[in-house]
Design a protein around this ligand. Structure first.
Ligand code: HEM
Length: 313
């Protein structure tokens, strides 16, 4: 091959490698109002419903764990019917409203996957948590999979080893997993997801259990949808109280308390660090959110930019 055509090939390869990355400045020229529009949409939603911060954060997690951060969770049907999602995920209407505001400013430029990633960050900040830089340029899928959602999303019945397996499958290590579980410093869970912990587990603070039992009766089917805060002390503020609570056996979900069950264990050591040092938690959480947000993005020419987040058209 002549040396000039070799350098063209090399240049093309370099260009392909460069464009196969997401970057924080991706919309600076094509949609400069995108970030501000998402931020004000999140602020409005959280001020009228403080729990919405938690719900948007969880939507991004459930998006990224199933075929990558590609907004597959937002498509009608499919993933939204999976076990951990149906009757549980919230915030679809908030994302759809933000998307329509963004579309009005810039048609078919900003992906739903990016809106979700930025909304998750802005939600955490809105309730007092740390900030981080979100890389952009993810594109949206034209598919979603209930089967993959059921395979990859962790149910609250899992123990540490199985939780770790699910996170490791997404490139997240034990510290990432514990830090990300700290998202349960905000938000609510339904009785059906913590009933068996209240009535069957020994490592639970008795007063805490009694208080929760009042709105989560034992008979299956009664009060299944009743809500309780995942962080008993500061349910709408993003701080490290979740870890302090775990040390007091006041974790709400089985999958929360298993992280602090064995004295001297690996996750217990990480929790001790986060419970005694809020900045250590903030930094680890922000770093793990960046990693989670980078799981298998669809990069141009893969994927598409949806006009409406619930539809591929
Ligand atoms: C470690 C494995 C995890 C398990 C087993 C788990 C499980 C759950 C369950 C069962 C609920 C309550 C759902 C309901 O009752 O409707 C919940 C809520 C929540 N989860 Fe997780 N979760 C995990 C990790 C995460 C991660 C990594 C994040 C985000 C980074 C997260 C964010 C949230 C938030 C914010 C809520 C409250 C949502 C709301 O109030 O609308 N969770 N989780």
């Amino acid at each position: 091959m002549a040396s000039s055509s070799l350098s063209v090939v090399l240049l093309l390869c370099l260009a392909a490698a460069a464009s196969a990355q997401i970057s924080p400045t991706f919309y600076d020229a094509s949609c400069p109002v995108a970030l501000a529009t998402i931020k004000s949409g999140v602020a409005a939603a959280v001020s009228s419903d403080p729990r919405m911060a938690a719900s948007l954060l969880r939507l991004h997690f459930h998006d990224c764990f199933v075929q990558g951060c590609d907004a597959s969770v937002l498509l009608a049907g499919n993933e939204r019917n999976a076990f951990g999602n149906v009757g549980s995920l919230r915030g679809f209407d908030v994302i759809e409203k933000i998307k329509s505001d963004v579309e009005r400013a810039c048609k078919r430029v900003v992906s739903c996957a990016d809106i979700l990633a930025v909304a998750a960050r802005d939600s955490v900040v809105a309730v007092g948590g740390p900030s981080w830089t979100v890389s952009l340029g993810r594109r949206d899928s034209d598919t979603a999979s209930e089967t993959l959602a059921n395979r990859d999303l962790p149910p609250p019945s899992l123990g540490v080893a199985d939780l770790n397996t699910r996170f490791a499958a997404k490139g997240l290590n034990l510290t990432d997993m514990v830090a990300l579980s700290g998202a349960h410093t905000i938000g609510r869970a339904q009785c059906r997801n913590f009933r068996s912990r209240l009535y069957n587990e020994a490592n639970i603070d008795p007063d805490f259990a009694t208080a929760r039992m009042a709105t989560c009766p034992q008979p299956l089917g009664s009060g299944d949808g009743n809500l309780a805060p995942l962080d008993a002390t500061t349910p709408d503020t993003f701080n490290n109280d979740y870890f302090v609570n775990l040390k007091l056996n006041k974790g709400l979900l089985h999958s929360d308390q298993v992280l602090y069950a064995v004295a001297g264990g690996a996750t217990e050591e990480i929790i001790d660090g986060f419970a005694s040092n809020p900045d250590a938690f903030s930094n680890a959480f922000a770093a793990a959110m960046v990693k989670m947000g980078n799981i298998s993005p669809l990069i141009f020419p893969q994927g598409l930019i949806r006009r409406t987040c619930s539809k591929t058209t």
